[in-house]
Design a protein around this ligand. Sequence first.
Ligand SMILES: Nc1ncnc2c1ncn2[C@@H]1O[C@H](COP(=O)(O)OP(=O)(O)O)[C@@H](O)[C@H]1O
Ligand SMILES: [Mg+2]
Length: 356
Amino acid sequence: MPQDQRRRVGVLMGGRSSEREVSLASGRQVFYNLDRAKYVGLPIFMDTAGRLWRMPEKLVIQNTCADVEARLAADAARLWLEDLPGEVDVVFNALHGKYGDDGCIQGALELLGVPYTGSGVLGCALSLDKPMAHALLAAHGFDVPPACIVDAADWARDPAGELGRIAAVGDDVVVLPAREGSSIGVSVVRGAAAAPADLAAAVDAALAYDNRVLVEAFLDGMEFSVIVVGNGDAAEAFSPTETTTENAFMTYDDKYMPGRSQKITPARVDAAVLDRLRAEAVRVYRAMGFQGYARLDGFLMPDGRILFTDPNSTSGMSPSSFMFHQAAEAGLTPVALVDRILALALAAHAAKRGPL
Ligand SMILES: Nc1ncnc2c1ncn2[C@@H]1O[C@H](COP(=O)(O)OP(=O)(O)O)[C@@H](O)[C@H]1O
Ligand SMILES: [Mg+2]
């Protein structure tokens, strides 16, 4: 392809959420895996105030978002949102969490008419909100764990009443902020009835991140993650990854620190179960209204039941992430996967009627 016909790809990373460091690692990996024959990459940093900056390459390879932010004034130039359509042909969105993976930036890009990777406003908003995703999956007839929602105002007014509602969920529970990722603010409480103070501390810990908390029955099964790629009825699931942890649940460090946990692809279950996991993942993907790609997390129970507890409209994209693990298993290099996700974005935006 002649130089001047290469598409300009804005790679968006950093952001306002507690997952900004994960996003920086994702964005860097995407930027370095753009097929240079087809694409020109423009790395773009979103700072904690939500402002955009053009990143020179020496900022892309900084260790943390704090390191990047400290150098923005000296080494980077502001990029106004309104100028994006003139600067890029498509955005590869490597933002995670609030404002990045929840419909906010997707809405801004829709207004600007800039195609972007992954799901649209609604799919992102539904999936980042755990109570909403839970309700949607239940409405579609998927098996979901018993759960309840605790609202900050109710908790402040009547904690004993709320503890009573939680007791109906089960004695072993997982307490999660409504809208976080990477296990931030998550606690597991075993034997909650005998440990009301632990349960209250877990609710308070989750409420530090949001005004609502989802309390789910603890699932004692095999935790898995499945990447699904494609638009509409052409969506296909990669080979599921099994995760193992030494902790009560997969913690932030388990997810990102080398050596803390194991990711085993394909999961150590028989071929028929792998097929079932993949087929169910595609059904969840379509129920959530996902586009491009997504990561569906859940549990395979000893009795064979499959429960999807965490449908994510995006995935961490560090070199050792589920995305690249599973793509490799399918024979796709990181460059080929990034290329496919960009092609899917352009196709979805060309076919849409109104915002995605
Ligand atoms: N119902 C559950 N039973 C057992 N463990 C759970 C359950 N829900 C979540 N977890 C554990 O907590 C972790 C974080 O929860 P998850 O819903 O995946 O949120 P996140 O968006 O932070 O990834 C999971 O990786 C899993 O280890
Ligand atoms: Mg998860």
